[in-house]
Design a binder for this molecule. Sequence first.
Ligand SMILES: NC(=O)c1ccc[n+]([C@@H]2O[C@H](COP(=O)([O-])OP(=O)(O)OC[C@H]3O[C@@H](n4cnc5c(N)ncnc54)[C@H](O)[C@@H]3O)[C@@H](O)[C@H]2O)c1
Length: 181
Amino acid sequence: MTTILVTGGAGYIGSHVARQLGERGENLVTLDNLCTGFRGAVLHGAFVQGDTGDAAVVAKTLADHRIDTVMHFAAHIQVPESVANPLKYYRNNTANTRTLLECCVAAGVKHFVFSSTAAVYGMPPGGVADETTPTVPINPYGWSKLMTEQMLRDVAAATPMRYVALRYFNVAGADPGGRIG
Ligand SMILES: NC(=O)c1ccc[n+]([C@@H]2O[C@H](COP(=O)([O-])OP(=O)(O)OC[C@H]3O[C@@H](n4cnc5c(N)ncnc54)[C@H](O)[C@@H]3O)[C@@H](O)[C@H]2O)c1
């Protein structure tokens, strides 16, 4: 059985995905630096407190747990903050993801599920977007994610790693069991 690495698994969306994976009986490991996440939100699997930009921690986690799939949620997510402090976003969302990807390629990770964002579209014509709509972000948050999509496209062309980028809109909801918000 393979093991899934969930980055940002102590955050809002990642903790719900980790919960659902755990309930399905999947092996999983959460990697989170707890900059906005909560240790108590990780209900299943192993937990590593560490940063996606720390190559040593990422490489050890991938090797120790024989990871073949990565679900990448770790990021900064505040649009106004990204406008005020763009380099914070390019460092965490783009540069740290580059380090994560380098470790994944070196470790032979087969599948990479990237939490992108609808912010890659900017202001789509008519207010409606599909996968073919041009990507023209209007803030550094959206650009920091679109740059990662480009890295993934290039890495997938050059290596066996396969990926999907999920460009979802605002997420809402809570655990019906009331364990995580
Ligand atoms: N919330 C939304 O509506 C929404 C919509 C579209 C896309 N997204 C994307 O989904 C992902 C998760 O968003 P969220 O709302 O759960 O945010 P969140 O802040 O609740 O979760 C992010 C998690 O990542 C961790 N983290 C951040 N940088 C890290 C790093 N360098 N190394 C390790 N851990 C790190 C944080 O501690 C936190 O636990 C993000 O990539 C975000 O861009 C969110």
